[in-house]
Design a protein around this ligand. Structure first.
Ligand code: S3P
Length: 162
């Protein structure tokens, strides 16, 4: 089983990936962690010092490096859908799961968090959210809504459908 979790920032991809990984004893891969390892910088640093374009290049490199992986849960960054090539790489041996969350719930979850460069300006983030929804829907093999649900519940829903 190879599952790739996609969805907007704050959808719970990392937490749900961890929970599924633990329940099924499968390794969890955090794409943002691999990007930080490659660049030896934090996500904020990459955006501030090198710009978003560089971040997206690194994201594509990381997606490519995961093509041959089997049996894992991958938590992708929220912008992974911007470049279709990422989806082609990730889908190769896996199934894409969209964690669907309302903007209201996302705003609540990210209220006190400042490691999301693209969530600093809430108005801009809302626009990004709207423009990305159709991409998440288009690429998903399965969509699971997360509003009002615990991480455990979302994890069980995904496991029961795979
Ligand atoms: C991004 C989402 C972030 C991270 C980067 C860009 C985006 O990941 O990859 O800040 O473009 O939506 P999370 O979705 O895990 O917050």
């Amino acid at each position: 089983m190879k599952l790739i979790l996609i969805g907007f920032m704050g959808a719970g991809k990392s937490s749900v990936a961890k929970s599924i990984g633990k329940k099924l004893s499968i390794g969890v891969i955090e794409m943002d962690d691999l990007i930080m390892k490659r660049s030896k910088k934090s996500i904020n640093q990459i955006f501030n010092e090198d710009g978003e374009t560089r971040f997206r290049e690194l994201e594509i490199e990381v997606a490519k490096s995961l093509v041959k992986k089997n049996k894992c849960i991958i938590s992708a960054g929220g912008g992974v859908v911007i470049n279709k090539i990422n989806i082609d790489y990730l889908k190769e041996r896996g199934k894409i799961i969209f964690l669907k969350t309302s903007f209201l719930e996302i705003s609540r979850r990210l209220k006190d968090i400042d490691n999301r460069p693209l969530f600093k300006d809430k108005e801009a983030a809302k626009k990004l959210f709207i423009s990305r929804q159709k991409l998440y829907e288009e690429y998903a093999d399965l969509t699971v809504s997360t509003d009002g649900k615990s991480v455990e519940k979302v994890a069980y829903e995904i496991i029961s459908q795979n």
